[in-house]
Design a protein around this ligand. Structure first.
Ligand SMILES: C=CC1=C(C)c2cc3[nH]c(cc4nc(cc5[nH]c(cc1n2)c(C)c5CCC(=O)O)C(CCC(=O)O)=C4C)c(C)c3C=C
Ligand SMILES: [Fe+2]
Ligand SMILES: [Fe+2]
Length: 320
């Protein structure tokens, strides 16, 4: 009987909500040439200069507002997902989790799975929409770690699931459950995806098209309009639009008084959903004349999510 490992991979987060930890995390993240596609000789002085001098303190303040007693929400939600999936695929399958940047690293968890006897490993980046800056770099990192291994395990990767029926169904059920618990019926449902430089789309990254398709299928499943925006702009380059923050500021003058925002491109709640949408987005909307604002939780380790991953991962493992 082969022993199988499943490694859930998410983006990564600082170890603590303080400036030195955020600095270490940002230095690793923003030095990845898959994330910032500027030649390193030109980029590193900018990163090591203005960015890593100013941003860590500002971001640490934001992280402090969303930190939980168990740690960073991104890590806690990803860990809880792995824990909830343990045992769901039979006794020969171990489910573990890792972060592309920071801890626990992909290399250390791949080592642990191999030490546990796993000779087949499914890499499961928890990004529904494929993006070179998220999916590809996670796979690159795993391949880099395995390049130092003599007796390599067999590897599979979980395909993007942006249009998978099980994913759309999980989003539909989670959205309807959360809308039913609100004390208002929102005029508009806004789906905010993480942004990317516009240039990556023209270079052939399918992320934008896959995000649009997710929103279209969700609108169809809910039988109502779902408007799409892109958040978290970084740097001076042109990013995918329309921008979430600008949209939230102009919606009230267009007659939208109540809004519910979901973030279907994030598998787990994190700084970008809890602080950027749940706090700053809310303030922007209400300060611009909006009356009621709701931020819907990501799938996280909800029953809908566990059902989804059991389905997606189960299908991959069926061939093993
Ligand atoms: C879900 C998909 C994501 C894409 C695509 C993505 C691209 C991308 N991000 C940055 C810069 C930053 N992102 C930051 C945080 C962050 N980003 C994602 C996801 C995607 N990023 C997540 C899940 C998180 C949250 C991490 C957490 O700890 O909670 C940050 C750090 C925070 C900050 O200082 O604002 C930066 C910086 C770029 C440049 C980029 C694509 C080019
Ligand atoms: Fe990001
Ligand atoms: Fe951000």
């Amino acid at each position: 009987m082969p022993r199988i490992g499943v490694l859930l991979i998410n983006l990564g987060t600082p170890d603590a909500p303080d400036a030195p930890s955020v600095r270490r995390y940002l230095a690793e993240f923003l030095s990845d040439p898959r994330v910032v596609e500027i030649p390193q000789w030109l980029w590193q002085p900018i990163l090591r200069g203005p960015i890593l001098l100013a941003r860590p303190r500002k971001s640490a303040h934001a992280y402090a507002q969303i930190w939980t007693k168990d740690g960073s929400p991104l890590a806690v939600n990803t860990r809880d997902t792995a824990t909830a999936l343990a045992g769901r695929f039979g006794p020969g399958v171990t489910v573990d989790w890792a972060m592309r940047y920071g801890n626990p690293s992909i290399a250390t968890r791949l080592d642990a799975l191999r030490e546990a006897g796993c000779d087949r490993i499914l890499l499961a980046p928890l990004y529904p929409q494929y993006c070179a800056a998220t999916t590809a770099t996670a796979i690159d990192c795993a391949a880099e770690a395995l390049s130092k291994v003599r007796a390599q395990p067999a590897i599979r990767t979980l395909p993007p699931y942006f249009d998978d029926r099980a994913y759309i169904e999980a989003l539909r059920a989670s959205t309807q459950r959360q809308l039913a618990a609100l004390d208002f019926e929102p005029d508009l449902l806004l789906a905010s995806f993480h942004g990317m430089p516009e240039r990556t789309r023209t270079l052939g990254d399918p992320y934008h098209a896959q995000s649009l398709e997710t929103a279209r299928l969700l609108a169809q499943a809910l039988d109502r309009e779902v408007r799409i925006t892109f958040q978290s702009r970084f740097g001076p380059a042109k990013w995918l639009g329309p921008a979430t923050d600008e949209t939230l500021k102009t919606l009230p003058s267009d007659g939208v008084r109540t809004v519910a925002v979901l973030t279907p491109g994030f598998s787990a709640d994190c700084l970008e959903t809890l602080e950027e949408i749940g706090m700053r987005g809310r303030e922007d909307f209400l300060a611009s004349g909006g009356r009621k604002f709701a931020h819907l939780a990501c799938l996280n380790a909800s029953a809908e999510a566990i059902n989804l991953y059991e389905n997606l991962i189960g299908r991959e493992l069926a061939g093993w």
